[in-house]
Design a protein around this ligand. Structure first.
Ligand code: MF3
Ligand code: CO
Length: 284
């Protein structure tokens, strides 16, 4: 989301709301896996967008991004120097050696899930692969801090340390966010710590049942960004590569629960009695 701190308090979720977010999370994760299989040289980002929308609707969910603040598509596509919010189009043809960040959101039973991953088109440079690995690692480091009693600051600090420790920089202009019945909820989750910048967000004490979209956006070079005339696409100002990974995570007492992982759909309440019972895949 765009950088803006918030003084509002995070909204804790009920067990049912978290269960719905987990179902939405399965849809976005499955969709991303499906798209990864389509990433061959010659495919356009518009084709990926069409397939993503079809997949989400086929799974009884709705694309979260379409229409949000006027955004025109189901996914965001961020090739190479694009950091986030690239709009899919028929002119963007992927080539071998490209990297592509894909960001997807879906809503089910009124609850959103948000996820992003940077993928490789054919073999990519060692340089690109390292950036991708370190960005994924920074997300994992941030997720590990999403436990009750910590503060948002702990997530921000862990991400920044992982990124800068690898010799990269984190985006300042964009942050992660709370998520739930609305796509962007408090708190903002910056990927860096800077005194005086997001005091109310950093201070937020994490409680079980909160849901957070944690999303490091990492630049190979300088963190400064420029925005295209379309007012959506953010690129690195220096033209170097960028990568982006995101999961929607439920804060728990000990082991944060990633909601955006593939899985078999749970039967809806109305379908129950057909054999399948709960299998431990519920909010704790
Ligand atoms: N995952 C992105 C975010 O958190 C979604 C942006 S596109 C939007 O900002 F239009 F939906 F905002
Ligand atoms: Co997000």
């Amino acid at each position: 989301m765009a950088r803006r701190g918030t003084r509002r308090q995070p909204i804790a979720k009920s067990r049912d709301e978290l269960a719905a977010m987990r179902e939405a999370g399965k849809v976005v994760a499955g969709c991303l896996d499906m798209l990864a299989g389509l990433l061959v040289p010659g495919v356009t980002t518009a084709e990926l967008d069409g397939r993503a929308e079809e997949y989400i609707r086929d799974h009884r969910a709705t694309p979260s991004f379409k229409g949000l603040y006027g955004y025109p598509a189901t996914i965001c596509c961020a090739p190479n120097d694009v950091v986030v919010h690239g709009i899919p189009d028929a002119q963007t043809v992927l080539r071998e050696g490209d990297i592509l960040g894909i960001d997807i959101g879906a809503r089910m039973d009124g609850m959103h899930a948000d996820m992003a991953r940077t993928l490789e088109v054919g073999p990519v440079s060692e340089r690109a692969r390292r950036l991708i690995d370190k960005t994924r690692g920074a997300l994992e480091a941030g997720i590990a801090q999403a436990v009750e009693g910590n503060r948002v600051l702990d997530i921000s600090r862990a991400i920044q340390a992982a990124v800068e420790g690898a010799g990269y920089s984190v985006t300042r202009e964009l942050t992660g966010h709370g998520i739930g019945r609305r796509f962007h909820e408090p708190p903002s989750i910056p990927n860096f710590v800077e005194p005086g910048q997001f005091p109310d967000d950093y201070a937020v004490r994490l409680r079980r049942g909160m849901a957070l979209a944690i999303e490091p956006m990492v630049a190979e070079g300088d963190y400064r960004l420029v925005r295209d005339p379309d007012r959506w696409t953010y690129r690195t100002a220096d033209g170097k590569l960028s990568a982006h990974f995101e999961h929607t995570v439920e804060v728990t007492r000990a082991a944060p629960r990633v909601l955006t992982l593939p899985g078999r759909p749970e039967p809806k309440a109305a379908d129950e009695g057909s054999g399948a019972a709960g299998n431990g895949d519920h909010a704790s």
